[in-house]
Design a protein around this ligand. Sequence first.
Ligand code: DGL
Length: 274
Amino acid sequence: MPNKRNSAVGPIGMFDSGFGGLTVARAVIDLLPHEDVVYIGDTGRYPYGNKPAEQVREYARELAWSLVNDYNAKLVVIACNTAASVALHELSAELPVPVLGVVEPGARALVRATQNGKVGVIGTVGTISSGAYVNAIRDTKANVALTSAACPGFVEFVERDQTTGDEVTVLAERLLAPVRDAGVDALLLGCTHYPYLSRVISEVMGPNVVLVSSGDETAFAVRDALTESGMAATGGIGSHRFLSSGDIAWFAQLGRRLLGPELDSAEQWSNNKI
Ligand code: DGL
């Protein structure tokens, strides 16, 4: 484990394969208004969920190191379940700043939300097949029965700004059948894109199922990590920068709709410095 830099100077760095991590960025910006944030959406190489773990790990390394070296990030949030599932431990070990993922915070929020002890997790093929949630839920020591389902196709709908409608609903009916049939009363949206589909998912799951997303819990974890290490910004209004490895006009347009007014423009990110 490298000695971690310990500085209140610099932004919180965040990344995802695309727009999904904006659900986490929204929570971080709302909870920590004094903090600067730099967000990279790797839309030029998304989706991650169907790629081999080794490739996702390499992308995650590039993005995380870029946040530290090019943008002076004081802490990195892997705002992508697929990347966090396969790269959190490695990046925590090699980066000179603290690194947080979304899997453990999501698992904690999920086990708190259930009444009947039956919980579900949905995510990308990569996340579900990694077993990261099985491990994270076991680590909570909660006495719950977990049913997981991969939802290939959900991320692509979000990236195209198709978050409601018959096509999404038909796919959701099919993919959510295992968790619905298992009688879960709490379902973790274990992909940061999925909160944008929550209206459809909620309608398919029915009114008795609580949908849990990792954004808020991750933001609390970021706050605690900064406060405990004396790295929190103490005043002023944070600045927010957004970068994309793909079409930045589309990133600014859809990103602004999804995140809100802080995303007023997008810059190009390219991996040319490592
Ligand atoms: N937001 C990413 C996640 O949380 C989506 C992965 C993808 O690009 O397939 O898993």
